[in-house]
Structures are given as structure tokens and as C-alpha cells.
Design a protein around this ligand. Structure first.
Ligand code: ATP
Length: 258
């Protein structure tokens, strides 16, 4: 592990990993993961296919218990607290899944309303008002009564973001947000992530291997290596592209450039 890794566990860390290992059954996919994610930053989890990015995301979002180590959210250990406390911690999370995961039989405003109906005691009118506001935040103010099949893939992802933001999370997780999008729609989604961070101060954790996205939005990134099954380094992607001591990291960030 490079020396720049340990220095990232700063006092303003929103999420901190301490010696985290993740995997399935007997199989460890990643181990010895120790880094911090600063409050209000855009943090990228990057690495080649099969390196364990999505698996780590599952552990960070409370879906898969780590095999070792601690994940601290505002200083509270996500997997060592009681289940009700974990649920409370997870209420501060919003997650946007790869497909957008919208219900096709519901309008966009109904889709965004779902978490509010499930987790709050607010009345119908108030919920609709909040859902329309969230749709406006992602640039879909007038599309609330449409159905997912009536909008583009890029718009569906934006609705997924609006729904992830329904409960005013202070951390937003994105799993491969640009997957399946044309380059222009992918850049628009990058812009949205940056706008939301600027206006709301939300911490953004993004799994991606899309280089354009990485350079457009990341403050910091961690590189997960499939071969050694651990992280090699953390840092700003542009810095790592030029100066990482790891050739595999430099190559990853220089893909497509000859
Ligand atoms: N539910 C599961 N049970 C067992 N093994 C799994 C499961 N999900 C993923 N794996 C294995 O874990 C490893 C890491 O997969 P993961 O999806 O986390 O990688 P990734 O970096 O997100 O890959 P990609 O970029 O291709 O999506 C792979 O070898 C995969 O086969």
C-alpha cells in the first residue's frame, strides 16, 4: 500500500474504513481497505472488472456484512451497532442503482414518492410536493406525470437520482451511473452530480470505470486491484495518473491515450 493511503483518514472524514475485508462465503474479494471519504467530496471507487467495487459498495450501503474491519459513518460503526441504529444510519443514505430501478407501472412522481411514503408520516399532498421538487432538482420539473417508458435512459437515471435524494440523504451512492448512457448523457449526469454536491453539500460515493467521469467529477479515488485483492492507493485521479508509484494505476488512468 502506498504511503499516501494512511494520510487520507482526516478529521473531516464522513466515512472511514478501517482494515475492511469484503467477500462471499469463504472467498475474500478485497481486504485491508483503510481510507477516509471527506464530507462533501466526490469519491470514486475504481478498479478493473471483477476487482470488487460493487461488493465494497454493498458493504458500505449496509447490504453485505464485511468479513473484517470497521466502516464508520460519522464515527458510528455501521456493522457493530444494533439493527435499529444501523437502519437509522442508513436513512441518511441515498443509493442510485445502475438501471435506475424504477417501477414501470408508476409515474415518475410516484416513483420518487415511494421512499417518502415508506419512511415518513407525511401526508399525500406534501409527499407529492417534495417529490416534484426533487424532480425539479434533477431537471425534470415538468415530467412528473410521465412513465419511465416515456423518457430516455439518461432521464431515467436522473429520476433514480431524484428518488435517492427523496429523504435528503447526506451521502449519495452511485453504482456505475454512466453505464448504458451515450457520452453526452453521461456528461450531463456528471454535471448533475457536481451541481447537487455544490448546492446541497452531499457526500458522493461513485463506483465507475468511466475515465471521462472520473476526471470530470472526482476529488479523490481509491484503486482496487483484482490481482492482489486489496487497494493500491488513494488520491486525486490526475495526480495518480501522472505520479502513482503503481504502473497498473497509471495505465488504468491513461487508457485510450497513446
Ligand atoms: N453474490 C455473489 N456471490 C459470490 N461471488 C460474487 C457475488 N457477486 C460478485 N461476486 C464475485 O466477486 C468478484 C467481484 O465482483 P464485483 O461485482 O464486486 O466486481 P466489480 O469490480 O464491481 O466488477 P465490474 O466492474 O465488472 O462490475 C467477482 O469475482 C464476482 O464473480
Amino acid at each position: 500500500m502506498s504511503s499516501d493511503v494512511a494520510t487520507k483518514r482526516t478529521a473531516d472524514a464522513h466515512l472511514v474504513l478501517e482494515g475492511v475485508a469484503v467477500g462471499y462465503g469463504e472467498q475474500l474479494i478485497q481486504r485491508d481497505l483503510s481510507f477516509g471519504i471527506r464530507r462533501g467530496s466526490v469519491f470514486i471507487i475504481m478498479g478493473g472488472s471483477g476487482s470488487g467495487k460493487s461488493t465494497l459498495m454493498r458493504s458500505l450501503t449496509g447490504l453485505l456484512e464485511p468479513k473484517a474491519g470497521r466502516i464508520l459513518v460519522d464515527g458510528e460503526s455501521l456493522w457493530e451497532v444494533t439493527a435499529p441504529v444501523r437502519s437509522r444510519l442508513m436513512r441518511r443514505y441515498g443509493v442510485m442503482y445502475q438501471s435506475g430501478a424504477l417501477w414501470s407501472s408508476m409515474t415518475l412522481v410516484e416513483n420518487v414518492s415511494l421512499p417518502l411514503e415508506q419512511y415518513t408520516a407525511l401526508g399525500r399532498d406534501r409527499i407529492r410536493e417534495i417529490a416534484l421538487y426533487k424532480l425539479a432538482l434533477v431537471g425534470l420539473a415538468d415530467a412528473g406525470n410521465r412513465y419511465p417508458s416515456q423518457i430516455s435512459g439518461g432521464m431515467r437515471k436522473r429520476v433514480g437520482v431524484a428518488r435517492a435524494m427523496a429523504l435528503d440523504p447526506d451521502v449519495l451512492f452511485f453504482d456505475e451511473p454512466s453505464a448504458g448512457l451515450d457520452p453526452l448523457s453521461a456528461r450531463l449526469l456528471d454535471d448533475l452530480i457536481l451541481e447537487l454536491r455544490a448546492s446541497l453539500g452531499t457526500t458522493m460515493v461513485v463506483v465507475t470505470h468511466d475515465l471521462a467521469s472520473i476526471f470530470a467529477i472526482a476529488d479523490e479515488a481509491v484503486f482496487l486491484d483484482a490481482a492482489s485483492r486489496t487497494m493500491l492507493t488513494t488520491g486525486a485521479p490526475r495526480e495518480l495518473r501522472e505520479h502513482s508509484e503503481w504502473e497498473i494505476v497509471r495505465d488504468f488512468l491513461n487508457r485510450g491515450e497513446t
